[in-house]
Design a protein around this ligand. Structure first.
Ligand code: MG
Length: 301
């Protein structure tokens, strides 16, 4: 389905695979979100975020339900030990699946006050968890259990599960949502989806320089996404950014140039690299899960 790819810069030609087609792997999901790939089992785990379920897909088993209800689980990731760590929008917490399949709350407060509703997360090579905390699980009836907002803003936090230390690293965004590190972890990218329901609100990805593995500085707008919002996104091994948007997965070079689009029939919410070779892009969008094979790999495997 070559017609599914729009190329604006020749650098994209090295990334797309001639003749590769977008495949729909699953449908019937209320709101597909938060994909993470487990190469040990050749399976993808993702959230039916508004359907309050956690789902699994594999080429041999197709689709199965892992959790129902899932407490409005949103973003999923894996830690350095291969355990599933996730944002629970309903429990307003970061949670982890233990070896006995029980789910443990790792953190749900900062300075004694409840978090808003963690939305997406990434695990750094030092096993710290960096996550966004917009209020959607409080304000949107199909994303959580409501309640009062106790934090003064919507921040990006750095949490160390080994020590329990938690503190905000980004405090100058409106609705931080997706996030990812550059391949060398010198940069942190964070999307802002405030434009979703705040008139005139941002719909862009910001980039920050990492300082001493613990803080960020010099935040600036990296790219503005149209149409729609940049919800979840990922970075490949060359530092290219693959981001969700209303009509496509948009691809940006590390210098901020838009290289092109992979058109998706529904609004994409998030994506991740996976497959046996790590070069398959899994995309959550609308009611479905899609995949397309590329000539690049993600950095998170
Ligand atoms: Mg999100």
């Amino acid at each position: 389905m070559a017609e599914a790819i729009e190329i604006y810069d020749d650098r994209l030609l090295a990334i797309v695979r001639p003749g590769a087609s977008l495949q729909e792997l699953a449908n019937g999901v209320v709101h597909s979100e938060g994909p993470v790939y487990f190469h040990e089992d050749d399976c993808l785990v993702w959230s039916d975020a508004h359907g309050n379920r956690l789902l699994r897909w594999s080429p041999t088993d197709n689709v199965s339900v892992l959790r129902d209800p899932s407490d409005y689980q949103s973003g999923n990731y894996r830690d350095l030990e291969g355990r599933l760590v996730a944002c629970s929008s309903g429990l307003r917490a970061i949670i982890r699946r233990e070896d006995d399949d029980e789910w443990k709350i790792l953190v749900d407060r900062y300075q004694g006050k409840r978090l808003n509703s963690p939305n997406d997360l990434v695990v750094k090579s030092d096993n710290t968890i960096w996550f966004t905390d917009p209020p959607y699980g409080i304000t949107e009836p199909n994303q959580g259990y409501g309640g009062e907002q106790e934090q003064p803003g919507s921040y990006v936090y750095r949490f160390d599960p080994a020590t329990g230390e938690i503190y905000p690293v980004v405090t100058d965004m409106v609705r931080p949502n997706g996030l990812a590190f550059s391949p060398d972890e010198s940069l942190l990218y964070v999307s802002d989806t405030a434009g979703f329901n705040i008139p005139g609100g941002p719909h862009h990805i910001r980039v920050y320089e990492i300082v001493g593995d613990r803080h960020v500085k010099n935040g600036r707008v990296f790219c503005v996404i149209d149409p729609g919002q940049p919800d979840g996104f990922r970075v490949d091994e060359h530092g290219n950014i693959f981001t969700s948007s209303q009509d496509s997965v948009q691809v940006y070079a590390p210098d901020g140039t838009q290289l092109g689009k992979i058109l998706i029939p529904q609004t994409s919410t998030n994506l991740t690299f996976g497959g046996k070779e790590g070069d398959r892009l899994f995309i959550t969008a609308g009611h479905s899960l899609y995949a397309i094979d590329l000539n690049t790999r993600g950095v998170q495997l």
